[in-house]
Design a protein around this ligand. Structure first.
Ligand SMILES: [Zn+2]
Length: 128
Protein backbone atom coordinates (compact mmCIF):
# COMPACT_ATOMS: atom_id res chain seq x y z
CA UNK A 1 0.00 0.00 0.00
CA UNK A 2 1.33 3.46 -0.92
CA UNK A 3 1.86 5.93 1.88
CA UNK A 4 -0.50 8.88 1.94
CA UNK A 5 1.16 12.30 2.22
CA UNK A 6 0.20 13.84 5.53
CA UNK A 7 0.27 17.61 6.02
CA UNK A 8 2.16 18.85 9.08
CA UNK A 9 -0.08 19.64 12.07
CA UNK A 10 -0.24 23.23 13.27
CA UNK A 11 1.12 23.50 16.79
CA UNK A 12 -0.02 26.27 19.10
CA UNK A 13 0.61 27.19 22.73
CA UNK A 14 -2.00 24.66 23.90
CA UNK A 15 -0.63 21.79 21.84
CA UNK A 16 3.12 22.47 21.74
CA UNK A 17 3.95 19.88 24.42
CA UNK A 18 1.63 17.40 22.74
CA UNK A 19 3.46 17.59 19.40
CA UNK A 20 6.88 17.62 21.04
CA UNK A 21 5.97 14.36 22.81
CA UNK A 22 4.63 12.95 19.53
CA UNK A 23 8.09 13.58 18.08
CA UNK A 24 9.41 11.30 20.82
CA UNK A 25 6.79 8.64 20.09
CA UNK A 26 4.67 9.48 23.13
CA UNK A 27 0.94 10.15 23.17
CA UNK A 28 -0.18 12.67 25.78
CA UNK A 29 -3.62 13.59 27.04
CA UNK A 30 -4.59 16.47 29.27
CA UNK A 31 -5.77 15.46 32.71
CA UNK A 32 -7.77 17.83 34.91
CA UNK A 33 -6.72 17.82 38.55
CA UNK A 34 -9.90 19.70 39.56
CA UNK A 35 -12.50 17.17 38.32
CA UNK A 36 -10.28 14.18 37.58
CA UNK A 37 -11.32 13.78 33.93
CA UNK A 38 -8.96 13.37 31.00
CA UNK A 39 -9.73 15.09 27.71
CA UNK A 40 -8.60 15.30 24.09
CA UNK A 41 -7.93 17.41 21.98
CA UNK A 42 -5.57 19.28 24.37
CA UNK A 43 -6.99 22.54 25.71
CA UNK A 44 -5.81 25.00 28.32
CA UNK A 45 -9.17 24.83 30.12
CA UNK A 46 -10.85 21.56 31.08
CA UNK A 47 -13.95 21.14 28.82
CA UNK A 48 -15.88 19.50 31.69
CA UNK A 49 -15.42 21.98 34.53
CA UNK A 50 -13.49 24.86 32.86
CA UNK A 51 -10.67 24.62 35.36
CA UNK A 52 -7.20 25.66 34.23
CA UNK A 53 -5.68 23.04 36.55
CA UNK A 54 -4.78 20.64 33.80
CA UNK A 55 -1.64 18.59 33.40
CA UNK A 56 -0.16 16.33 30.76
CA UNK A 57 -0.18 12.59 31.21
CA UNK A 58 1.43 10.03 28.95
CA UNK A 59 -1.02 7.46 27.57
CA UNK A 60 -0.49 3.75 27.29
CA UNK A 61 -1.22 4.15 23.57
CA UNK A 62 -3.91 1.49 23.87
CA UNK A 63 -7.56 1.93 23.09
CA UNK A 64 -10.63 0.54 21.35
CA UNK A 65 -12.11 1.40 17.99
CA UNK A 66 -15.28 3.41 18.63
CA UNK A 67 -16.28 4.10 15.01
CA UNK A 68 -14.64 4.40 11.62
CA UNK A 69 -15.24 5.33 8.01
CA UNK A 70 -13.11 4.08 5.11
CA UNK A 71 -12.43 6.60 2.32
CA UNK A 72 -12.09 4.17 -0.59
CA UNK A 73 -12.25 6.73 -3.41
CA UNK A 74 -9.21 8.67 -2.24
CA UNK A 75 -6.05 8.12 -4.35
CA UNK A 76 -4.67 6.28 -1.32
CA UNK A 77 -7.64 4.87 0.63
CA UNK A 78 -7.64 5.73 4.31
CA UNK A 79 -9.81 5.22 7.35
CA UNK A 80 -10.94 8.02 9.63
CA UNK A 81 -11.70 6.69 13.09
CA UNK A 82 -12.73 7.59 16.58
CA UNK A 83 -10.64 5.70 19.11
CA UNK A 84 -11.47 5.60 22.81
CA UNK A 85 -8.22 5.64 24.73
CA UNK A 86 -7.70 3.37 27.73
CA UNK A 87 -7.38 6.63 29.72
CA UNK A 88 -10.94 7.66 28.80
CA UNK A 89 -10.99 10.33 26.09
CA UNK A 90 -12.12 9.56 22.54
CA UNK A 91 -9.92 11.00 19.82
CA UNK A 92 -10.46 11.62 16.12
CA UNK A 93 -7.67 9.84 14.31
CA UNK A 94 -6.93 7.47 11.43
CA UNK A 95 -6.55 3.71 11.28
CA UNK A 96 -3.41 2.69 9.40
CA UNK A 97 -1.19 -0.29 8.58
CA UNK A 98 -4.06 -2.76 8.77
CA UNK A 99 -6.71 -4.36 6.54
CA UNK A 100 -9.62 -1.90 6.52
CA UNK A 101 -12.00 -4.72 5.57
CA UNK A 102 -11.27 -6.44 8.86
CA UNK A 103 -11.87 -3.48 11.16
CA UNK A 104 -14.46 -4.09 13.85
CA UNK A 105 -16.10 -1.65 16.24
CA UNK A 106 -14.80 -2.33 19.73
CA UNK A 107 -11.60 -4.04 18.62
CA UNK A 108 -8.39 -3.28 20.51
CA UNK A 109 -6.06 -0.81 18.81
CA UNK A 110 -2.69 0.73 19.58
CA UNK A 111 -1.04 3.98 18.63
CA UNK A 112 1.56 4.31 15.87
CA UNK A 113 3.19 7.56 14.78
CA UNK A 114 3.24 8.41 11.08
CA UNK A 115 5.57 11.03 9.62
CA UNK A 116 4.02 14.26 8.33
CA UNK A 117 5.51 16.58 5.73
CA UNK A 118 7.92 18.85 7.56
CA UNK A 119 6.20 18.57 10.95
CA UNK A 120 5.91 16.28 13.96
CA UNK A 121 4.61 12.74 13.42
CA UNK A 122 0.86 12.18 13.68
CA UNK A 123 -0.66 9.69 16.12
CA UNK A 124 -2.73 7.07 14.30
CA UNK A 125 -3.90 3.64 15.31
CA UNK A 126 -3.54 0.10 14.09
CA UNK A 127 -4.98 -3.27 15.13
CA UNK A 128 -3.51 -4.37 18.46
ZN1 LIG B 1 -12.12 19.45 34.97
Amino acid sequence: MADRKLPAPQANIETEAYWKAAGEGKLLVKHCTACGQAHHYPRALCPFCFSDKTEWKQCSGKGTLYSYSVMRRAPVPYAIAYVTLAEGPTMLTNMTDCDFDKLKIGQPVKVVFKPSEGGPPLPMFTSA
